[in-house]
Design a protein around this ligand. Structure first.
Ligand SMILES: Nc1nc2c(ncn2[C@@H]2O[C@H](COP(=O)(O)OP(=O)(O)OP(=O)(O)O)[C@@H](O)[C@H]2O)c(=O)[nH]1
Ligand SMILES: [Mg+2]
Length: 253
């Protein structure tokens, strides 16, 4: 992990502009205040790239933007729907304020947020390697995006401890079968959805959630899916895995 931190510090030192790539579905969980502090201390400009915008509603995006734009310029991007990348290119050129030489742009953030995809989107090429399995980008990679922009692609930077299973599940760093506390992770996903977007949960599973706690909501979903153990009890672990899988597949947005 120490080498990750050193790698990030080195990229911050070398780059003229930094992109902090976050996932639109969980902006707070994928921002890293330590990295932001290091960038500010190094006196480098940075842009918060809110990626995977196709996976959230416009209202959620606007709320996120109004909060985060107090910290740094923010740009919405969806690589899937191909928007935001031209604007991002312009913003990089504007914020760097460098004339006549190449601009080095470091792309940093949590695993799987789409750092490599954003680079490919801006370059209009597929030079940075991407993957649904997080941790794909291993070493630091340089990608020439043309018109004076050179990207530094980095691996995901966040230290994961044993207690970060929720983040790991949320970000798709681990799939449901590899999570120890599947029920705990599913409960937190349900809690998040009940606070932000209860209807999507209700309509995907054909249930009505009215004041139940997250555990009871898992049972309700298990019952509706007919996930039963031998004795006829609801198989809450199977229900939890389904919820985590559906979340990771993007069905709960
Ligand atoms: N829906 C959606 N999926 C995206 C978007 N951008 C990237 N992805 C997907 O997210 C996954 C991760 O993308 P990468 O670009 O490899 O992410 P990364 O941050 O470089 O990942 P690591 O290098 O492993 O840390 C891939 O399955 C991409 O297809 C987007 O805008 N919308
Ligand atoms: Mg990558």
């Amino acid at each position: 992990m120490a080498s990750y931190k050193l790698m990030v510090k080195d990229v911050i030192k070398k780059a003229d502009v930094l992109l902090e790539v976050i996932d639109a579905r969980f902006p707070d969980e994928t921002r890293n205040s330590e990295v932001e502090r290091d960038i500010t201390r190094a006196n480098k400009p940075f842009i918060i790239v809110i990626n995977k915008c196709d996976l959230v509603s416009k209202e959620t995006l606007e709320k996120t933007k109004s909060r985060l734009s107090k910290i740094a310029p923010t740009i919405f991007v969806s690589n899937k729907e191909k928007f935001g990348t031209t604007l991002l290119r312009h913003k990089i050129l504007e914020i760097a304020g460098i004339k006549g030489r190449e601009i080095l742009v470091g792309s940093i953030g949590y695993p799987n947020t789409g750092k490599s995809s954003v680079i490919n989107g801006v370059s209009g090429r597929h030079s940075a390697r991407t993957s649904p399995i997080s941790g794909y980008t291993r070493g630091v990679q340089l990608v020439d995006a043309g018109s004076r922009i050179m990207f530094i692609d980095t691996p995901g930077v966040i230290p994961f401890g044993e207690n970060d299973e929720y983040i790991q599940g949320l970000l798709g760093v681990k799939d449901a079968t590899h999570l120890q506390d599947k029920i705990g992770v599913a409960m937190r996903i349900i809690g998040k959805l009940c606070a932000e977007n209860k209807t999507v949960l209700e309509s995907l599973y054909h249930v009505t959630i009215e004041g139940q706690d997250s555990y009871d909501a898992i049972l309700l979903i298990g019952k509706e899916c007919n996930f039963l153990k031998k004795k006829g009890e609801i198989d809450e672990e199977r229900a939890a895995m389904k919820i985590i899988n559906d979340w990771q597949k993007g069905l709960l947005v």
